[in-house]
Design a protein around this ligand. Sequence first.
Ligand SMILES: Cc1ncc(COP(=O)(O)O)c(C=O)c1O
Length: 418
Amino acid sequence: MSFHAYLHDRLHVGQIALEDLANRYGTPLYVYSRPAIEQQWRNFHDAFGARNHLICYAVKANSNLSLLACLARLGSGFDIVSGGELERVLTAGGDPKKIVFSGVGKTEAEITSALKAGIRCLNCESLPELRRIDTVASGLGVKAPIALRINPDVDAETHPYIATGLQQNKFGIAWEDAVDAYEQALKLPNIEITGIACHIGSQITTLSPYIDSIKLLNTLIPKLAQEGIKLRDIDLGGGLGIRYSNEEPPAPTELARIVRNNLTDDSACVIIEPGRSIVGNAGWLITKVQYLKHTKLKNFAIVDAAMNDLLRPALYSSWHDILPLTQHADVTERLYDVVGPVCESGDFLGRERRLALRDNDYLAIASAGAYGFSMSSNYNSRPRAAEILIDGDQARLIRKREVLSELLSGEMPIEIDS
Ligand SMILES: Cc1ncc(COP(=O)(O)O)c(C=O)c1O
């Protein structure tokens, strides 16, 4: 689904012409649509209807405080993977009782802050982590609510870097060892078992991997019941894909349907952790053409956004649509590689795009709301972009552009003797 459209040759999101934002706030600039984000969240929430469920937005996809606050206001839960994300959700007004904490490497400090905040559950990914959680909980004099994250050895049919449910991946506890692991958890005095979790990957475009992992959970849950373990939560993870070019990912209603038709437990709370599918198509990265460079073999549009702003093309060879903010009928189209100024040949935003460009034109990189700003860095000592949230006829700055003095502020130059 796309949330942008041309009106009188100018690209708009809602009522706002993106070019006006670029002129006012400069580039590179991330722009998000609040109605689009909220609509996507509601699509998940409504799809599960009367079924006991909780939608926990995966904060890693985009952790801007204003976006988190919009989702918290809708009643969203949150899936976090670090103490930093916990701090963000609490600052944004998220309900601790709706926070699940995933990730293979939780530190003592992170477990401590999660338990002190009273989160819903820690999704535990190994036996050493389980023992650490028990020790930390004992020190605090509390019981730690946990789910074990099971690795179902299911192929999510996605890019290898974002497949997480295969045996060779670092995530979760192998499904063959799950019952044993729960038995160990039962013996730990400061552990309270509340659920089971199973996230298999990201940008998943077919339902069959979800069905396979639900079927596996159907075999495990009765075995746990025999051990006297009653689960409050069944967390099916996130991962539903979005349309970047011609993918046809299932809708949230289809995910809800396969849960309804396949999960035998119909009373536990089903947790879904969508990230990309909520914010991905609700965000654009706006950039300005610096130079048009024509060589014997190729035309390059050298722009002011780079792999430090949007890493996905360089990291996953991912494809994002690239659209001019203003369409020119009088300029000839050429095939361009749209590239950034970073000193890496992998620094491209799109290759072989047919565009009618002039110097100083603005471009929008579409589908950049997820894993865009949140993966951005200061590589090449480039300050990070500003972020804007569009809401009706309003566009508000929700993160100011980083300045060079902020980049240097944490460093402590030593005196260098000659
Ligand atoms: C545990 C967990 N939950 C949820 C997600 C969100 O995935 P997505 O953004 O594809 O929905 C991820 C990301 O890979 C994850 O690791």
